[in-house]
Ligand binder design. Structure first.
Ligand code: PHE
Length: 341
Protein backbone atom coordinates (compact mmCIF):
# COMPACT_ATOMS: atom_id res chain seq x y z
CA UNK A 1 0.00 0.00 0.00
CA UNK A 2 1.26 3.45 -0.86
CA UNK A 3 2.40 5.89 1.85
CA UNK A 4 -0.42 7.41 3.89
CA UNK A 5 -1.23 11.11 4.00
CA UNK A 6 -0.10 11.46 7.61
CA UNK A 7 3.18 9.66 6.97
CA UNK A 8 3.84 11.86 4.01
CA UNK A 9 3.14 15.00 6.06
CA UNK A 10 5.59 13.91 8.77
CA UNK A 11 8.20 12.93 6.25
CA UNK A 12 7.88 16.30 4.50
CA UNK A 13 8.30 18.34 7.69
CA UNK A 14 11.29 16.22 8.66
CA UNK A 15 12.92 16.85 5.29
CA UNK A 16 12.07 20.55 5.42
CA UNK A 17 13.75 20.82 8.81
CA UNK A 18 16.98 19.52 7.29
CA UNK A 19 16.90 21.67 4.18
CA UNK A 20 19.09 24.75 4.39
CA UNK A 21 19.69 26.18 0.94
CA UNK A 22 17.55 27.55 -1.85
CA UNK A 23 18.45 24.52 -3.99
CA UNK A 24 17.27 22.21 -1.22
CA UNK A 25 13.97 24.10 -0.94
CA UNK A 26 13.49 23.88 -4.68
CA UNK A 27 14.18 20.14 -4.65
CA UNK A 28 11.56 19.68 -1.94
CA UNK A 29 9.05 21.69 -3.89
CA UNK A 30 9.55 19.49 -6.97
CA UNK A 31 9.60 16.31 -4.90
CA UNK A 32 6.31 17.01 -3.13
CA UNK A 33 4.39 19.39 -5.35
CA UNK A 34 5.68 18.62 -8.86
CA UNK A 35 3.40 16.97 -11.44
CA UNK A 36 4.76 13.59 -10.46
CA UNK A 37 5.32 14.72 -6.88
CA UNK A 38 4.42 12.77 -3.77
CA UNK A 39 1.46 14.88 -2.70
CA UNK A 40 -0.07 14.45 -6.13
CA UNK A 41 0.78 10.75 -5.82
CA UNK A 42 -1.52 10.50 -2.78
CA UNK A 43 -4.47 10.75 -5.10
CA UNK A 44 -3.61 7.23 -6.24
CA UNK A 45 -4.86 6.06 -2.84
CA UNK A 46 -8.34 7.26 -3.79
CA UNK A 47 -9.12 4.06 -5.64
CA UNK A 48 -9.03 2.07 -2.38
CA UNK A 49 -11.56 4.34 -0.67
CA UNK A 50 -15.29 4.08 -0.52
CA UNK A 51 -17.04 6.62 -2.74
CA UNK A 52 -18.32 8.68 0.24
CA UNK A 53 -14.82 9.03 1.71
CA UNK A 54 -13.25 10.27 -1.48
CA UNK A 55 -14.44 13.83 -1.22
CA UNK A 56 -13.07 14.23 2.29
CA UNK A 57 -9.81 12.61 1.32
CA UNK A 58 -9.47 14.88 -1.72
CA UNK A 59 -9.92 17.90 0.52
CA UNK A 60 -7.25 16.64 2.89
CA UNK A 61 -4.79 16.17 0.04
CA UNK A 62 -5.51 19.71 -1.06
CA UNK A 63 -4.97 21.04 2.44
CA UNK A 64 -1.68 19.21 2.63
CA UNK A 65 -0.67 20.64 -0.72
CA UNK A 66 -1.39 24.17 0.49
CA UNK A 67 0.41 23.55 3.78
CA UNK A 68 3.50 22.24 1.96
CA UNK A 69 3.49 25.25 -0.36
CA UNK A 70 3.16 27.66 2.54
CA UNK A 71 5.81 25.93 4.66
CA UNK A 72 8.36 26.08 1.83
CA UNK A 73 7.57 29.74 1.13
CA UNK A 74 7.96 30.56 4.84
CA UNK A 75 11.35 28.90 4.99
CA UNK A 76 12.51 30.73 1.86
CA UNK A 77 11.44 34.07 3.33
CA UNK A 78 13.13 33.20 6.61
CA UNK A 79 16.34 32.34 4.74
CA UNK A 80 16.22 35.66 2.86
CA UNK A 81 15.80 37.58 6.09
CA UNK A 82 18.74 35.73 7.63
CA UNK A 83 20.83 36.45 4.54
CA UNK A 84 20.06 40.13 4.84
CA UNK A 85 20.91 40.14 8.53
CA UNK A 86 24.24 38.53 7.73
CA UNK A 87 24.96 41.08 5.04
CA UNK A 88 24.15 43.93 7.42
CA UNK A 89 26.32 42.39 10.11
CA UNK A 90 29.24 42.16 7.70
CA UNK A 91 28.74 45.61 6.10
CA UNK A 92 31.22 48.33 7.05
CA UNK A 93 29.91 50.50 9.86
CA UNK A 94 29.63 54.27 9.49
CA UNK A 95 29.78 56.71 12.29
CA UNK A 96 27.20 59.25 11.27
CA UNK A 97 28.49 61.71 13.83
CA UNK A 98 31.93 61.92 12.19
CA UNK A 99 32.60 65.21 10.40
CA UNK A 100 32.69 64.67 6.61
CA UNK A 101 35.55 65.73 4.39
CA UNK A 102 33.79 67.32 1.44
CA UNK A 103 35.54 69.66 -0.97
CA UNK A 104 34.97 73.24 0.11
CA UNK A 105 32.18 75.06 -1.75
CA UNK A 106 32.31 78.62 -2.93
CA UNK A 107 30.05 81.52 -3.72
CA UNK A 108 29.29 82.27 -7.33
CA UNK A 109 31.53 85.04 -8.70
CA UNK A 110 28.47 87.22 -9.30
CA UNK A 111 27.38 86.79 -5.68
CA UNK A 112 30.88 87.74 -4.53
CA UNK A 113 30.91 90.92 -6.60
CA UNK A 114 27.34 91.74 -5.62
CA UNK A 115 28.17 91.53 -1.92
CA UNK A 116 31.26 93.62 -2.35
CA UNK A 117 29.40 96.36 -4.22
CA UNK A 118 26.58 96.20 -1.68
CA UNK A 119 29.03 96.84 1.13
CA UNK A 120 30.61 99.75 -0.67
CA UNK A 121 27.26 101.42 -1.32
CA UNK A 122 25.97 100.61 2.15
CA UNK A 123 29.01 102.40 3.57
CA UNK A 124 27.93 105.45 1.55
CA UNK A 125 24.44 105.46 3.05
CA UNK A 126 22.52 103.45 0.43
CA UNK A 127 19.93 100.88 1.53
CA UNK A 128 19.85 97.51 -0.21
CA UNK A 129 16.50 96.50 -1.63
CA UNK A 130 15.11 93.28 -3.01
CA UNK A 131 12.51 93.10 -5.77
CA UNK A 132 10.53 90.52 -7.75
CA UNK A 133 11.78 88.78 -10.87
CA UNK A 134 8.24 88.53 -12.24
CA UNK A 135 6.80 92.00 -12.73
CA UNK A 136 4.01 93.68 -14.64
CA UNK A 137 4.19 95.83 -17.73
CA UNK A 138 3.54 99.00 -15.74
CA UNK A 139 6.59 98.61 -13.50
CA UNK A 140 8.93 97.32 -16.18
CA UNK A 141 7.96 99.87 -18.84
CA UNK A 142 5.08 102.30 -18.37
CA UNK A 143 6.24 103.76 -15.06
CA UNK A 144 9.65 104.23 -16.67
CA UNK A 145 8.34 106.50 -19.40
CA UNK A 146 8.21 103.66 -21.94
CA UNK A 147 4.60 103.60 -23.15
CA UNK A 148 3.21 100.71 -25.18
CA UNK A 149 4.63 100.55 -28.72
CA UNK A 150 7.63 102.73 -27.79
CA UNK A 151 10.61 101.58 -29.90
CA UNK A 152 12.76 101.26 -26.75
CA UNK A 153 10.78 98.10 -26.02
CA UNK A 154 12.38 96.37 -29.00
CA UNK A 155 15.68 96.12 -27.16
CA UNK A 156 14.01 94.55 -24.17
CA UNK A 157 11.97 91.67 -25.48
CA UNK A 158 11.53 89.14 -22.71
CA UNK A 159 9.61 86.10 -21.55
CA UNK A 160 5.91 86.81 -21.09
CA UNK A 161 3.64 84.77 -18.87
CA UNK A 162 0.12 83.91 -19.96
CA UNK A 163 -1.31 86.24 -17.29
CA UNK A 164 0.40 89.27 -18.89
CA UNK A 165 3.24 89.46 -16.38
CA UNK A 166 6.84 89.20 -17.57
CA UNK A 167 10.33 88.39 -16.41
CA UNK A 168 11.95 91.72 -15.68
CA UNK A 169 14.32 92.98 -18.35
CA UNK A 170 16.17 95.38 -16.08
CA UNK A 171 16.42 96.24 -12.41
CA UNK A 172 14.91 99.65 -13.25
CA UNK A 173 11.59 97.77 -12.96
CA UNK A 174 11.85 98.30 -9.19
CA UNK A 175 12.36 102.08 -9.33
CA UNK A 176 8.72 103.00 -9.05
CA UNK A 177 7.97 100.67 -6.14
CA UNK A 178 11.00 101.85 -4.21
CA UNK A 179 10.24 105.53 -4.74
CA UNK A 180 6.70 104.89 -3.54
CA UNK A 181 7.92 102.90 -0.55
CA UNK A 182 10.40 105.50 0.77
CA UNK A 183 9.65 108.83 -0.91
CA UNK A 184 12.43 111.47 -1.09
CA UNK A 185 15.21 111.91 -0.07
CA UNK A 186 16.32 108.42 -1.01
CA UNK A 187 19.48 106.41 -1.64
CA UNK A 188 18.98 102.79 -2.58
CA UNK A 189 20.57 100.01 -4.58
CA UNK A 190 18.69 96.97 -5.80
CA UNK A 191 20.50 94.03 -7.33
CA UNK A 192 18.55 91.50 -9.36
CA UNK A 193 18.42 88.89 -12.06
CA UNK A 194 17.20 90.11 -15.44
CA UNK A 195 16.02 88.33 -18.56
CA UNK A 196 16.05 89.22 -22.23
CA UNK A 197 15.53 87.57 -25.56
CA UNK A 198 19.17 87.63 -26.71
CA UNK A 199 21.25 85.65 -29.14
CA UNK A 200 24.03 84.59 -26.84
CA UNK A 201 27.71 85.21 -27.49
CA UNK A 202 30.82 85.88 -25.36
CA UNK A 203 29.25 89.06 -23.94
CA UNK A 204 25.47 88.47 -24.14
CA UNK A 205 23.28 86.11 -22.17
CA UNK A 206 19.52 85.72 -21.84
CA UNK A 207 19.89 85.79 -18.06
CA UNK A 208 22.16 88.26 -16.31
CA UNK A 209 22.49 90.36 -13.18
CA UNK A 210 22.29 94.09 -12.76
CA UNK A 211 22.48 96.39 -9.81
CA UNK A 212 20.32 99.45 -9.99
CA UNK A 213 21.07 102.48 -7.89
CA UNK A 214 19.06 105.62 -7.35
CA UNK A 215 19.74 108.71 -5.34
CA UNK A 216 17.08 111.36 -5.00
CA UNK A 217 17.58 114.55 -3.04
CA UNK A 218 17.76 118.33 -3.42
CA UNK A 219 20.40 119.53 -5.90
CA UNK A 220 21.54 116.14 -7.15
CA UNK A 221 23.49 116.36 -10.40
CA UNK A 222 25.45 114.10 -12.68
CA UNK A 223 28.68 114.92 -10.81
CA UNK A 224 27.26 113.10 -7.78
CA UNK A 225 26.75 110.07 -9.99
CA UNK A 226 30.29 110.20 -11.37
CA UNK A 227 31.70 110.48 -7.87
CA UNK A 228 29.82 107.42 -6.60
CA UNK A 229 30.68 105.33 -9.63
CA UNK A 230 34.39 106.17 -9.50
CA UNK A 231 34.54 105.47 -5.78
CA UNK A 232 32.82 102.12 -6.22
CA UNK A 233 35.02 101.04 -9.14
CA UNK A 234 38.30 101.96 -7.45
CA UNK A 235 37.18 99.99 -4.37
CA UNK A 236 36.22 96.91 -6.39
CA UNK A 237 39.38 96.87 -8.50
CA UNK A 238 41.69 98.35 -5.89
CA UNK A 239 43.07 100.80 -8.44
CA UNK A 240 41.97 103.81 -10.44
CA UNK A 241 39.83 102.67 -13.33
CA UNK A 242 39.65 104.57 -16.60
CA UNK A 243 36.04 105.51 -17.35
CA UNK A 244 34.37 107.45 -20.10
CA UNK A 245 30.88 108.87 -20.41
CA UNK A 246 29.05 108.84 -23.71
CA UNK A 247 25.58 110.12 -24.35
CA UNK A 248 23.09 107.28 -24.22
CA UNK A 249 19.34 107.17 -24.68
CA UNK A 250 16.99 105.62 -22.16
CA UNK A 251 13.45 106.99 -21.90
CA UNK A 252 13.61 107.05 -18.10
CA UNK A 253 16.63 109.36 -17.81
CA UNK A 254 17.33 112.82 -19.18
CA UNK A 255 20.15 113.37 -19.90
CA UNK A 256 21.28 109.75 -20.26
CA UNK A 257 24.76 108.32 -20.48
CA UNK A 258 26.73 105.16 -21.03
CA UNK A 259 29.54 104.81 -18.54
CA UNK A 260 32.24 102.62 -20.06
CA UNK A 261 35.35 101.28 -18.40
CA UNK A 262 38.56 100.41 -20.15
CA UNK A 263 38.48 96.63 -20.81
CA UNK A 264 40.50 94.94 -18.12
CA UNK A 265 40.76 91.66 -19.98
CA UNK A 266 42.78 93.05 -22.92
CA UNK A 267 43.96 96.25 -21.21
CA UNK A 268 42.10 98.36 -23.78
CA UNK A 269 43.66 96.73 -26.86
CA UNK A 270 40.42 95.14 -28.10
CA UNK A 271 39.22 91.54 -27.62
CA UNK A 272 36.01 89.48 -28.11
CA UNK A 273 34.86 90.35 -24.58
CA UNK A 274 34.77 94.08 -25.44
CA UNK A 275 33.69 93.63 -29.07
CA UNK A 276 37.23 94.73 -30.02
CA UNK A 277 36.60 98.29 -28.91
CA UNK A 278 38.85 98.31 -25.84
CA UNK A 279 35.91 99.66 -23.82
CA UNK A 280 33.19 97.86 -21.97
CA UNK A 281 29.72 99.27 -21.40
CA UNK A 282 29.42 98.80 -17.68
CA UNK A 283 26.88 101.20 -16.42
CA UNK A 284 24.15 103.04 -18.27
CA UNK A 285 23.02 105.96 -16.17
CA UNK A 286 21.53 109.41 -16.12
CA UNK A 287 19.34 111.91 -14.34
CA UNK A 288 15.93 110.43 -13.57
CA UNK A 289 13.30 111.73 -15.99
CA UNK A 290 10.69 113.96 -14.29
CA UNK A 291 7.90 111.70 -15.59
CA UNK A 292 9.46 108.79 -13.70
CA UNK A 293 9.81 110.82 -10.52
CA UNK A 294 6.19 111.94 -10.82
CA UNK A 295 5.01 108.35 -11.36
CA UNK A 296 6.88 107.48 -8.17
CA UNK A 297 5.10 110.25 -6.25
CA UNK A 298 8.20 112.48 -5.94
CA UNK A 299 7.88 116.28 -5.95
CA UNK A 300 9.82 117.30 -9.08
CA UNK A 301 9.91 120.96 -8.06
CA UNK A 302 12.00 120.09 -5.07
CA UNK A 303 13.93 116.95 -5.95
CA UNK A 304 16.16 115.59 -8.67
CA UNK A 305 17.99 112.29 -8.77
CA UNK A 306 20.30 110.04 -10.67
CA UNK A 307 19.91 106.38 -11.58
CA UNK A 308 22.36 103.81 -12.82
CA UNK A 309 22.03 100.21 -13.98
CA UNK A 310 25.34 98.58 -13.19
CA UNK A 311 26.03 95.37 -15.11
CA UNK A 312 26.91 93.04 -12.25
CA UNK A 313 27.63 90.15 -14.60
CA UNK A 314 30.01 92.33 -16.63
CA UNK A 315 31.67 93.55 -13.46
CA UNK A 316 32.23 89.96 -12.29
CA UNK A 317 33.76 89.13 -15.68
CA UNK A 318 36.14 92.06 -15.42
CA UNK A 319 37.05 91.39 -11.84
CA UNK A 320 37.73 87.68 -12.25
CA UNK A 321 38.91 87.72 -15.87
CA UNK A 322 36.02 85.54 -17.11
CA UNK A 323 36.28 85.75 -20.90
CA UNK A 324 32.95 84.23 -21.83
CA UNK A 325 29.73 85.28 -20.09
CA UNK A 326 28.23 81.83 -20.76
CA UNK A 327 30.69 80.27 -18.29
CA UNK A 328 28.90 82.08 -15.48
CA UNK A 329 25.55 80.39 -16.08
CA UNK A 330 27.01 77.06 -17.12
CA UNK A 331 27.01 75.50 -13.66
CA UNK A 332 30.44 74.15 -14.53
CA UNK A 333 32.13 73.66 -11.18
CA UNK A 334 35.56 73.45 -12.79
CA UNK A 335 35.45 77.08 -13.80
CA UNK A 336 33.26 78.38 -10.98
CA UNK A 337 35.13 76.75 -8.11
CA UNK A 338 38.19 78.89 -8.80
CA UNK A 339 36.54 81.67 -6.83
CA UNK A 340 36.51 79.97 -3.41
CA UNK A 341 36.44 82.52 -0.65
N1 PHE B 1 17.72 99.80 -17.21
C1 PHE B 1 18.63 100.15 -18.26
C2 PHE B 1 18.96 98.89 -19.07
O1 PHE B 1 19.03 97.83 -18.51
C3 PHE B 1 19.89 100.74 -17.73
C4 PHE B 1 19.74 102.06 -17.03
C5 PHE B 1 19.48 102.08 -15.67
C6 PHE B 1 19.89 103.23 -17.72
C7 PHE B 1 19.38 103.31 -15.03
C8 PHE B 1 19.81 104.45 -17.09
C9 PHE B 1 19.54 104.47 -15.76
O2 PHE B 1 19.16 98.95 -20.26
Amino acid sequence: MAISLEELREQFYENLKNADSSEAFEQLRVRYLGKKGEVTGLLKNMGALAADQRKEYGQKVNQLKNAVEQAIADRIAEAHAKDLENKIALAPRFDLTQPVQLPEGSYHPITLVQREVEQIFASMGFTIEDYDEIVDDYHCFEALNIPKHHPARDMQDTYYLSNGQLLKTHTSAAQNAIMRKYGAPLRAIFPGRCFRNESTDACHENTFFQMEGIMIDENISISNLIYFMKTMLSEVFQKDIKVRLRPGFFPFVEPGFELDISCLICGGEGCPSCKNSGWLELCPCGMIHPNVLKAGGIDTEKYTGFAFGLGLTRLAMMKYGVKDIRDLNSGNLKSLSQFVK
